[in-house]
Design a binder for this molecule. Structure first.
Ligand code: ARG
Length: 570
């Protein structure tokens, strides 16, 4: 960042380079540097004295008009117009807009989306999918290696029930042909569940079917594969519609770890990390207790010898570190699973599968609420199907787009409706603090003003239309021209793009990028209201067009990193 480099260069003359200037935007100057206080403490010097020494060095730097000591030892920085313009010029001519690659050499394994086979995707999967996709894009853009893991629910006792029912009822729609639809499968699932609960003999046959599935019986496995394949086709369709970069190859479901589970359990037992308690293999934690004060264990192997969700996650951690070389593992999963992940991570650390150098983070998110303030359900009390929600959003977006562009029709209208509708759903989700619950409100997410995806898409399209009207070659920056205050503010906002992205990767909070883009669009509006662009004199016109260009490129890159399209026209 602009100001950081100025002050870092100046202060390198004062001492070791480990000095962190902590520069931020200031109300009293362009920037202020707060890091001198901490540095003075380690050097055992008076902060104000040290600040004066820094100011003396900075004063001789041609990039500043002034630097003053303020308060207990802050330094206020006033940048020369020329320094700001040089930064604008540098970013403008860099296809990466000056964004560094601090993630180079870092491998992140990210576990997200995770729908369940033979069930519909719902609004909870929407959050995981969208947040995960944005994090993937940002980490990759910063130079990181990202391995996607769609930890699909494709294993467990429910498959015994499902396969048995399907074999016994070959005429139900879901069983009749291989080309079942996922809603047929979901219906089959409901019917099988009813039979399982009502008919003890069927329940017994279903249990035997689980044993056959686990034992690799060919007929049973074939039926299981059919069901998995159909659901996977369906998930891929939804991902395509969402514009999410998850493919069938990224789906490494629970079943993939099945063969490793006995070994995981044995290892934990032999090293004493887990112990048998009441017939089940458990891991205990001093700090984790239930309401009765009794320790709550992580159950690795159930009393009946079966393995569950936790064993699978332990096998996955081990594989992600040992085979995939993860430096960091992210789990984009509902906040209600916080305890599960705490126990899994702690167990994996004790077992030595998760070395301290590897981060494991539960990237938790809150619940999507309906208009009644309760978890979002249909009027009949069912979970809301993700596809219905997307269809509705695109239909509403079509009305918004058509209202603004009456001449648009056919595929052009469809395409824009899709870009706006899907963008609105994603943005509404990403712009909310990740761990907060939020109310799903299609009217608000498609509002043309306020912190919405549509507002930003329009802001971007407006900048593009100014540039299109200007025509001519790419704008060039004149470093000697004076700057208006709104131009200075815009350059400084543009300059904060890379810091914002780095903040997102430090916190896994995409809403910080949303907030940044929203502020940038507002700063641009203030600039455009005060500074004529197309009618300005030639030198100013060039600089202002350069500002338009970099704003457009920053908005587009930012939206794309959130997984949102930024068309040139809306
Ligand atoms: N399939 C699970 C669900 O729908 C989420 C899986 C989360 N990922 C994991 N590695 N446990 O609730």
């Amino acid at each position: 960042m602009l100001s950081e480099s100025v002050i870092a260069a100046a202060t390198s003359t004062l001492g070791p380079a480990d000095f962190v200037p902590q520069v931020r935007r200031s109300e009293h100057a362009d920037f202020q540097a707060d890091g001198i206080l901490a540095k003075a403490r380690t050097l055992r010097r008076s902060p104000r004295d040290l600040a004066s020494a820094v100011v003396a060095v900075l004063a001789s730097d041609g990039l500043l008009t002034a630097a003053q000591v303020a308060g207990p030892g802050f330094v206020n920085l006033h940048l020369r117009d020329r320094a700001l313009l040089a930064q604008l010029a540098a970013r403008l001519t860099d296809p990466r807009l000056g964004i560094p690659t601090p993630e180079a050499g870092v491998t992140t394994v990210i576990d997200y989306s995770q729908p369940n086979i033979a069930k519909e995707m719902h609004v909870g999967h929407l959050r995981s999918t969208i947040i995960g996709d944005a994090l993937v894009r940002i980490l990759e853009h910063l130079g990181g290696t990202v391995v996607r893991r769609n930890h699909v629910g494709d294993w467990g006792t429910q498959f015994g029930m499902l396969i048995q029912y399907r074999l016994e009822h070959p005429d139900t729609p879901a069983a009749a042909s291989k080309a079942q639809t996922v809603s047929d499968l979901a219906a089959l699932y409901r019917q099988a569940r009813i039979a399982f609960d009502a008919d003890a003999a069927f329940a017994e046959r279903a249990r035997r079917r689980v044993v056959a599935l686990q034992g690799g019986d060919p007929e049973t496995l074939a039926a299981w594969r059919d069901i998995v394949a159909e659901s996977t086709r369906y998930f891929t369709e939804v991902y395509d519609r969402l514009g999410v970069r998850l493919t069938a190859a990224d789906a490494v479901g629970e079943s993939a770890y099945n063969d490793a589970l006995p070994d995981v359990a044995n290892d934990l037992e032999q090293t004493g990390v887990a112990a048998v308690s009441d017939g089940a293999l458990c891991v205990f934690f001093d700090a984790i207790r239930g309401p009765d004060g009794e320790p709550t264990p992580l159950i690795v192997r159930k009393r009946d010898g079966g393995f569950g969700y936790a064993a699978t996650d332990l096998a996955a951690v081990r594989q992600r570190v040992a085979d995939l070389g993860a430096n960091r593992i992210l789990y984009v999963v509902d906040a209600r699973q916080a305890l599960h992940f705490r126990m899994v991570f702690e167990t994996a650390r004790r077992a030595g599968w998760l070395p301290s150098a590897v981060d494991a983070v539960h990237v938790a998110f809150g619940t999507v609420l309906g208009p009644d303030g309760r978890p979002f359900k249909t009027r009949a009390g069912d979970t809301v199907r993700l596809v219905d929600l997307l269809t509705e959003a695109v239909a509403r977006a079509r009305a918004v787009v058509a209202g603004k562009n009456p001449e648009l029709s056919g595929t052009a209208l469809e395409q824009r409706a899709r870009q706006v509708g899907i963008g609105a759903v994603k943005y509404a989700d990403l712009a909310t603090g990740r761990t907060r619950d939020y109310t799903y409100d299609p009217d608000r997410m498609l509002a043309l003003t306020g912190n919405t995806g549509v507002y930003l898409q329009y802001a971007h399209a407006r900048v593009r239309s100014i540039l299109a009207r200007a025509g001519g070659p790419a704008p060039a920056v004149d470093l000697e021209a004076p700057l208006e205050p709104t131009e200075r503010a815009l350059i400084m906002d543009l300059d904060a793009f890379d810091d914002t992205l780095i903040e997102v990767t430090a916190t896994y909070e995409p809403h910080r990028l949303c907030g940044y883009l929203y502020r940038l669009a507002q700063t641009f509006t203030a600039f455009y209201e005060h500074c004529p662009v197309l009618r300005a004199d030639p030198v100013q016109r060039g600089n202002r067009l350069a500002l338009c260009q970099l704003t457009g490129d920053t908005l587009r890159t930012g939206l794309q990193l959130l997984g949102i399209d930024a068309p040139d026209q809306l």
